[in-house]
Design a protein around this ligand. Sequence first.
Ligand SMILES: C[S@@+](CC[C@H](N)C(=O)[O-])C[C@H]1O[C@@H](n2cnc3c(N)ncnc32)[C@H](O)[C@@H]1O
Length: 421
Amino acid sequence: MQTDNIYAFILGNNKALSLAELAMVLKREEFIFVVLSITATVAIIKTDKNIFEPQKMLDRMGGIIKIIQLEKLGSTHSIKDRIFDKIKKLDTSSKIVFGISGYDWPYHSTHQINGLGINIKKNLAKARFVNLKEKTFLSSAEINRNQILKKGLEICLLSDSQKQSIYLGQTLAIQNYLSYGLRDYKKPQRDTKSGMLPPKLAQIMINLGSGSHQQNIFIYDPFCGTGTILVEGLLSGHSVMGSDSSPEAIRQSKENIDNKKLDLHERQRASISLFVQDAQSIDKIKLPQNPNLVISELYLGPPLNFLPSDERIKNDTKKLIKLYLNFLKSVKRIHSIKTLVLAMPYYNSDKGPILLDIIDEIDSIGYTRMDPLRGISVPAQFLAGFNQKRKTLLYAIPDQIVGREIIILKKYEKIVEEIFS
Ligand SMILES: C[S@@+](CC[C@H](N)C(=O)[O-])C[C@H]1O[C@@H](n2cnc3c(N)ncnc32)[C@H](O)[C@@H]1O
């Protein structure tokens, strides 16, 4: 590693998923990296090269909220002087807007960070400091509303998990929450009964699957519903194919893909196919294309307003497991498909998550479950979202009865190919 490129990635709500996505994206983009620190909020990473287009990278990641470039501070450095130096490098002919956020920052409260900002502002001719409110950091909405990245900068103060190193950073990119809104609750066709995948989770799943396919990713969603995965695949520049047993779902997917409000210009170059098909027999038809990656949220069962009885869970899951195994056997026979990233349901109970009893059977069909966090020592705070034994990640939305368990499967020949490549 020649240069010191140190970056902080602010993790989303489902920490283990965010971390797995980050590791996979860095691998896909051919970064050599070491993890310097992981806390409940931030992963600090040292890379062998610069992140060339940080906003573009972040726009494709559902689990990361900010990318910040860091410099390590020594004990003799004055934080105030350092911030001042950074601001002075900007074009000061027009009014500068700046903010200061603290992540895992042990030395100052919100009040003290605001004091530092006001103090710095006093020494600047034309500047506006955006105060912190309740939290020790500025949200993407606050940064956006105040045009901080356009008219100035956000400074971030961070410490590592051991509280041994301190860093000063400048935010390079923030999550585009407006665009997620447009792709989520403002999309033309919605289906609250069958459930829809949050676009951020769709992006995470695509990234988890595309780590070892640098080029020519062709995504197939055989339970496409309203087409969330297809839209996110297209936005990432991939070709997509979707099918569903319901003609209504195919109509909805079509309309969501044609949504004029989305900047789907990439899709002009990409291929799109949609058709009605039972996922249990996809090997029996001639598929219109040859996808290499299945990304899919499987049918989750009937919608639930309360946790069903143990008996009902047993009956419902028995049916779902039969459907999933038939589907997996069918996909096994499609040669072009090498990797699958699937979302399966689990039930949130007071005693902990109730997971599907399906793992042994998946293994026996001939799939290999991939560890999404291999090579990373996962901090204890992350273990609620990571099942080490099953090698799966859990995605939960507070108060939802049904959560999603994310599993990455590879066919044997794909693994041999990766070992020898
Ligand atoms: C949870 S929804 C998928 C939602 C989708 N991810 C979205 O964001 O809109 C599951 C879908 O599976 C479809 N489905 C159920 N059984 C199926 C089967 N045997 N083959 C194909 N699709 C099936 C349903 O029609 C439904 O659209």
